[in-house]
Design a protein around this ligand. Structure first.
Ligand code: FMN
Ligand code: SF4
Length: 448
């Protein structure tokens, strides 16, 4: 990995890296100029489609394909929502880009709007990112002054306005239709799909929603081409016709119990061990690893003996996790209690459930009550099966909820219990030796 030269993070250590002057001094906006001069919007869509770029926001949907879902010859307007809500626990790669290289993001966003025919973009920015707000707004102002935004951009028949919209400070604002509702001034309640945003999104008009890192990749694909992008990563699995592969560079967030946490760039498919050892300096304090979340907490949990898991879109799924998510790895050392892990996770999702779907609202709340009871030394072995039942029942995948928050709540529960059942049973036996017989009725949990 040592010979890999970063692209997405190439500029972040330059002096005043967030300024237009520094960005242009390192070739910034040359790609925009060239693309607007030489390529039609359809050419850019074709290029992005051929690159195999998959969205970096969590779901990994192919970006070029998503853009082709926009209705052809729509009278407009078409909107572009840049998803900069970045609320997945453990994830901070969008923040690094926005704070240290906002023009890279803007160049990618302008190119993406050009391709999709959007003349208005909303930069939906996580509320808790004040420095990113300042840097992004400053960069947008510089772009208007330089003629990269506004009417007749660079003398072409292309107009674009970018509005920064501060997020409403909730996890669910990052779900694309929750984001759109929030943008429209309402509660961020996800919409039932279809219709998908490409057909009916913001203000009921065709809308593209893409992540910050996704559009940053678009900027580099336009500059360097398809073969550069597909030269790194993991090709499609021939035994799985539904796997389009995982190409390109990736920003990996590493935090938790490692010597050097941070945001690192490497090709898709780095293993968890490589990330921890080569970039993170190993597990801290000379301790052993116990587990890690592979891509934000909603993706589930890997045990330490699964750290050869490759971080590409298909990798974590082969280890029983939900997917790659945001490739944000949080490492837990041997001192971490799985009871505490589950308590934290369940608390987060119960708090963040928007409450529209009964299985999610009730399931996350009951999971929290059960793990609280276990943690308080009043658990029963049967509670682990009750938790598993909740985990297996809630979510889009079992088809009981509107959005994927519930799947994200379920995976840490399912993985923790299935991979660490022995530890959880020992805890229950140790803290509640009298226990409850498995046949005894569940004591009232209300009010706990
Ligand atoms: C509960 C929930 C939270 C999400 N949060 C984010 C987020 O903070 N940022 C993001 O880009 N995508 C988030 N997503 C994924 C978005 O719905 C959407 O797939 C993504 O923004 C599309 O962009 P991409 O194709 O470039 O990845 C979230 C999804 C769910 C279900
Ligand atoms: S799954 Fe949960 S967060 Fe998503 S819409 Fe339903 S209740 Fe809201």
């Amino acid at each position: 990995m040592t010979d890999y030269e970063p692209v997405l993070l190439a500029n972040i250590h330059n002096a005043e890296s967030h300024s237009l002057r520094a960005y242009e001094a390192h070739g910034g906006y040359a790609t925009l100029k060239k693309t607007l001069r030489d390529s039609a919007p359809a050419d850019v869509i074709k290029l992005v489609k051929a690159s195999g770029l998959r969205g970096r926001g969590g779901a990994g949907f192919p970006t070029g394909l998503k853009w082709t879902f926009l209705p052809a010859d729509h009278p407009g307007p078409v909107y572009f929502c840049l998803n900069a809500d970045e609320s997945e626990p453990g994830t901070f790669n969008n923040r690094i880009l926005m704070e240290l290289d906002p023009h890279q993001v803007l160049e990618g966003l302008i190119l993406s709007c050009y391709a999709t025919g959007a003349s208005t973009a909303y930069f939906y920015l996580r509320y808790e990112y004040p420095l990113a707000l300042q840097r992004v707004q400053g960069a947008i102002d510089e772009c208007y002054a330089a003629g990269y935004l506004g009417r007749n951009i660079l003398g072409q028949d292309f107009a674009l306005d970018i509005h920064v919209h501060r997020g409403a400070a909730a996890y669910i604002c990052g779900e694309e239709t929750g984001l759109i509702e929030s943008l429209e001034g309402k509660r961020a309640w996800p919409r039932i799909k279809p219709p998908f945003p490409a057909i009916q999104g913001a203000f009921r008009k065709p809308t593209v929603v893409n992540n910050v890192e996704t559009v940053a990749c678009v900027r580099h694909i336009c500059e360097r081409g398809v073969s550069w992008f597909t030269s790194m990563g993991v090709p499609p699995d021939p035994s799985n016709p539904r796997d389009p592969g995982s190409f390109g560079p990736k920003l990996y967030c590493l935090s938790g119990h490692v010597e050097r946490p941070g945001c690192f760039e490497a090709p898709m498919g780095l293993t968890v061990t490589q990330l921890i050892e080569d970039f993170g300096g190993g597990i801290w304090k000379g301790r052993k690893a116990k587990a890690a979340i592979p891509g934000g907490i909603s993706m589930g949990l890997l045990s330490a003996d699964e750290f050869d898991c490759p971080l590409d879109f298909a990798g974590p799924g082969k280890y029983g996790c939900l997917g790659l998510g945001t490739a944000a790895v949080v490492v837990m050392d041997e001192t971490v209690s799985m009871v505490d892990f589950l308590h934290n996770s369940c608390q987060f999702f119960a708090h963040e459930s928007c409450g529209q779907c009964t299985p999610c609202r009730e399931g996350t709340a009951w999971a929290l009550k059960l793990i609280k009871r276990i943690r308080a030394g009043k658990g029963r072995l049967l509670d682990l099966d009750l938790l598993l039942q909740i985990g297996d029942f809630i979510g889009i995948i079992p088809g009981t909820t509107i959005c994927g928050l519930a799947d994200g709540a379920a995976w840490p529960i399912k993985n923790a219990i299935r991979k660490f059942r022995g530890e959880l049973e020992d805890y229950i036996r140790r803290t509640n030796p009298e226990g409850f017989a498995e046949t005894e009725p569940v004591p009232a949990l209300v009010g706990e």
